[in-house]
Write a protein that binds this ligand. Structure first.
Ligand SMILES: [Zn+2]
Length: 290
């Protein structure tokens, strides 16, 4: 199986040490910081994540500890959303675009950084009492000094599934997708649901497809802004489906032979294939080429 973008993060997150403020302060002295502007990571001319020493003009910016790369402490810093990018050695790339050019490990680290910085940018105030919160544990906790509530960076589970019937699988075109993109089906797991229940509910809502066994296959952190994609195969009990016409505009059963051709040509009967950085691409590939 091919590795998936945003997976394989090699850092030691030092979760036992990072709550120590003196420990973090010491790591910052020798630390390297990955700058983000408008939530886009800085990329070097030779397509690596651009980790730089701390600069005095970053004082007051939110920065988070990512982990230790062997002994090298790595951090990320949020340089805000101004119209003009800060002048630094490198170029800010949209996170999705960066995932296509960065080495796998750098994509995983940049994805971790983006998810964390994005969370901090949106959680400056306590949802319990409204008071401003403070960054703790190198960025893995926010504490409300007013009511004492603790807040932790969230990860939202999303099921993404390929329904399978015999030698065929069902792919759908989301009404929000442009350019004939067909993909797996997906949706957020709701409170009180298992993974399997979420898969069955989403497929029922979107396609009225009846599903038996659900098998979890692989997962992928997806920092847009903070999802964890849980890739599954769902055994359809029949091929009968009715698209909801709202979220899903069209769906088609395709055979393994067709899927292999699709993977090779990237377009099949005007259906465009999901990008290689998406887990949907790998669910399809793993199934068609197993
Ligand atoms: Zn509070």
């Amino acid at each position: 199986m091919d590795p998936i973008s945003f997976t394989g993060n090699p850092l030691d997150r030092a979760s036992a040490e990072r709550p120590g403020e003196a420990w973090i302060a010491a790591r910052r002295q020798t630390g390297r910081f990955l700058p983000f502007w408008q939530m886009k990571p800085l990329v070097t001319a030779n397509a690596k994540a651009a980790f730089l020493p701390w600069r005095a003009d970053w004082e007051g910016r939110t920065s988070v500890f990512l982990g230790l790369d062997n002994d090298q402490p790595l951090f990320a810093v949020d340089l805000g959303k101004n119209e003009t990018p800060p002048s630094l050695d490198g170029e800010f790339h949209d996170m999705r675009a960066a995932a296509f050019v960065l080495p796998g490990r750098d994509t995983a680290i940049a994805g971790q950084a983006k998810a964390l910085l994005d969370w901090h940018a949106r959680h400056g105030f306590c949802p319990n009492c409204g008071h401003a919160t403070e960054l703790k544990d190198g960025g893995y906790r926010r504490l409300c000094p007013q009511c004492g509530a603790e807040h932790f960076p969230r990860t939202d589970p999303v099921v993404i599934m390929l329904p399978v019937f015999g030698d065929e699988c069902l792919v759908g075109r989301n009404s929000r997708f442009v350019g004939g993109l067909f993909s797996a089906f997906a949706g957020f797991v709701e409170p009180g649901e298992t993974l399997e229940e979420a898969v069955r509910r989403e497929l029922m809502e979107e396609t009225a497809l009846k599903v038996g066994a659900v098998r979890y296959a692989r997962s992928q952190p997806w920092p847009f802004p903070s999802s964890l994609m849980l890739g599954c195969y769902a055994e359809a009990l029949s091929k009968d489906f009715t698209i909801d016409g709202e979220e899903i505009a069209e769906a088609r059963w395709i055979s393994k032979t067709q899927a292999r051709q699709w993977l090779k040509d990237e377009v099949l009967d005007e259906m465009r294939i999901p990008a290689t950085i998406a887990i949907a691409h790998h669910l399809l590939k793993d199934w068609a080429c197993e």
